[in-house]
Each structure stands twice: as structure tokens, then as C-alpha cells.
Design a protein around this ligand. Sequence first.
Ligand SMILES: Nc1nc2c(c(=O)[nH]1)N[C@H]1C(S)=C(S)[C@@H](COP(=O)(O)OP(=O)(O)OC[C@H]3O[C@@H](n4cnc5c(N)ncnc54)[C@H](O)[C@@H]3O)O[C@H]1N2
Ligand code: MOO
Length: 434
Amino acid sequence: MSDIWTVDEHLADILKAVGPLDPIELQLLDAQDCVLTEDVTAPVALPPFDNSSMDGYAVRTTDIEGASEEYPAVLTVVGDIAAGAGELPAVGPGQAARIMTGAPLPPGAEAVVPVEWTDGGTGAGPAAAMAPHSSAPQALGGEVRVHRPARPRQHVRDRGSDLAAGTLALRAGTVLGPSHIGLLAAIGRATVPVRPRPRVVVLSTGSELAQPGEALGPGQIHDSNSFALTAAVRAAGGVPYRVATVADDAATLRATLEDQLIRADLVLTSGGVSVGAYDVVKEALTGLDDTVGGVEFRRLAMQPGKPQGFGLVGADRTPLLALPGNPVSSYVSFELFVRPALRAMAGHAGIHRPRARARLDSDRDLPSPAGKRQYLRGAHTPPPPGETTGTVTPLGGPGSHLLGALARADALIEIPEDVTSVSPGAELDVVLLT
Ligand SMILES: Nc1nc2c(c(=O)[nH]1)N[C@H]1C(S)=C(S)[C@@H](COP(=O)(O)OP(=O)(O)OC[C@H]3O[C@@H](n4cnc5c(N)ncnc54)[C@H](O)[C@@H]3O)O[C@H]1N2
Ligand code: MOO
């Protein structure tokens, strides 16, 4: 390994050190967006019993053979079955039971005729709806005229027609979305085993940093990195813990870190990793014994994001990524190194942002530093229908302080290490950020 690391070497080194977190059992709604770690079989059939798909009448089909509006079949109504009904009236020859959508099919009945195929028990013409339950006594014990025949099982949802009891409901590896959570609830699961969301402590350093909402003193700037990184952790599916900004003091940083490790699956710091006299992260975490740090600081063949630290710290060997302080550098570093690590820890199969090929939309050549992979910020336009290559327009410039342009970007334009100039119209890889 040379003194300078490539982007790919640094990423591989991080991914080698982080693995999927141990599964935990979570309540259904807490498990949203998490990765299921075991196959789930349905302990019950879905639906659990034969039931009606219509508001209407449960009937024996032979009783209504040949029924028409002119010659309706006249049946005696023996009961009223609501969804959730326990006791069911038996339907004998010449009989029908009023039945609601989702209510169990009563014994003896073979099909359901929708109320619109009947007179609704009124003795008049075709009904548009059922008489309300409050006036049911008039319907019960009375008669219903059925105007159309029905096939056996028509408008009946058979027990187990969705899922048979004992069959696979969801496979391990499923990322639990709303429909999966609905299915788990339907089969009666209250909790499921999933990979937890990685808990990430976000810590920014710098004596020049003021909090948003505070007035800036001379030489001060607002801390934006810890906010951007906290939001990025959440967007990547992690649980962020943003810690108060630490001034440029190595002892304070070490103490803060020791306090925070208890709740961290991963630690992110920003700033203090370069070669300045106050580069506190480097000072605090270099060459320490195992109680706090084994962080290695390296230079990457990359712009932005050249200085990076990575190591495993504390008794639990918690991964720590020390990101550069320049706001664009820390954000780009998050996208390229931290996000894939968090996705791997959460057990996702796809850990990288999608990529696309795009033509450079620019009125001039873009220079790029020799020997470094450059990530410019850009606005991506997908290819028109039938084409495979979209376009990308650079925003701002290469400066690592250009947060305004970053906020307008939806892509990172990747310029390879061996390219020193890109002409308008040239095809490039872009990393899609949305
Ligand atoms: N002589 C050299 N100087 C620098 C080099 C170098 O190789 N030789 N590398 C430059 C590069 S590239 C980067 S990136 C930065 C990295 O610096 P640090 O990680 O040590 O970060 P700081 O010095 O603390 O800050 C850099 C810059 O970013 C601003 N900053 C820091 N934290 C925040 C925050 N939380 N929110 C907003 N802005 C922040 C800080 O004020 C500085 O302007 O080093 C270069 N220098
Ligand atoms: O590499 Mo620094 O990260 O350019 O700004």
C-alpha cells in the first residue's frame, strides 16, 4: 500500500471492518425500513375463514337457478351476519342470510348475491343498498327477492386463498415497507427479527464554530457539518446522536468520545484531520493505546476529501471515521464511505448509491487534478425515452467550501484519476444522490 490511498482502497478497508449488526426483535412499526433476518411463515391462513366479498345475501345456488327480475327467487331471510360475527345462522333450502363484506360465510350457504341483485328485502324493485341494521327486524324473518343466479363460491373469499397456513409470508432479507408491515400484522406478528438501525454519534470539532441561531463573533462560522452529517445519517437509515461541538482541545475530545462510545455503533467526526497546528482529531486519536484509539490518518487520491481517518476505537472496537472539516469534503466523504458502511451494518444488499452515465453539459473544458479522483457537484438530467445517456451540469466549482452549490446538486460528477481535462459532451460516471 503506498502512502496515498485510492478511493477504492479506503472504502474496501472500511467495509472489511464493518459487518451487519446482530439482529434484534422489534415491534412492527419500529422495524419499518429495516432488513428482516429470518423467513416468516404464516401461522394462520389468510383469510382465516371463508367470507363474503360483498354486502348482500348468503344463499344456496340451486335456490336461485334461473332467477330473473321478472321471475325472482323468493327466499326467507334467517339472519343478519356482520363482519366479526361469531354465531352464524345455518342457511337451509329456500333460505338466505343477510351478510356484510368480510363476514363469515354461514353453514349451508354456497355463494353471496350482492344486494344490487336483489330487492334488498323491500318487496320493491332492485335495491341500491342495504337497509340499515337498525331497521333490520323488517328484513329479518321477511323475504328477499333475488333477480340473478350465482355460481357456487361466487363473491366468496376462500379461507387460505391469499396465504395458506404454514407457507412463506416474507423472505429473510426483505426491507420492510408498508405492505410488508401490513402483511405481518395480518398474520398476527407483533414483533420481527431485523438488523437494527446503526446508531451513529456525530461530533464536530473546531474552536471557530458557533451554533445556528447564535450571532457570529469575529472569525466564527456556524457549525454546518454536524447538522448535514446528522441528517445524512438519518437519510441513510441510521439513528444519529449529534453531540455538542467540541473545541480544538485533544483532552476534551478524548473525554467526549469515551462518554459517547456506549451508544455508538459508529462514530463520525468532522474537522481536525489535516496538517494544521490545531488539528485536534488527529492529535487526540493518533498513536493511542487500545482504550481509546487505533485510528489511522491517511491521504486519499481524491478531491474533495483528501485527508481521512479511520479506525476501531474503544473496548468494542467501534468504527470511527474522521472526516475532513471542509463542508463539501465531509458531505462527499459521507456519501462515498460512511453511507455504504451504514447500509452494510443495517444488512442491506445494495449499499451504494445508484450511478449513471451522463454527458457533460458545459460551455468550457473542466480541469481536474492529475492523480486524483475528483467529485464535482452537478445537476443530473436523466436520458430521454429510448436513450441511455443523460446529461450533467456542473454546479459551483471544485472548492470544498461551496455549500450553496452542493445544496442545489443531485449528483456527484466523477472524474477519474488519469483525466486532467474534460471537454463539453464527454461521457462521465455520476453518482446519483436522490
Ligand atoms: N497545508 C495544508 N493545508 C490543508 C491541506 C493540506 O494538505 N495541506 N488540506 C486541505 C484539505 S484538502 C482539507 S479537506 C482541509 C481539512 O481540514 P481539517 O479536516 O483539518 O478541517 P479544519 O481545519 O478543522 O477545517 C477546514 C475548514 O472547514 C471548516 N469547518 C470545519 N468544521 C466545520 C463545521 N462543523 N461546519 C462548517 N465548517 C467547518 C473550517 O472552518 C475550515 O474552513 O484542510 C486543508 N488544508
Ligand atoms: O480534499 Mo479537501 O477535502 O479538498 O477539501
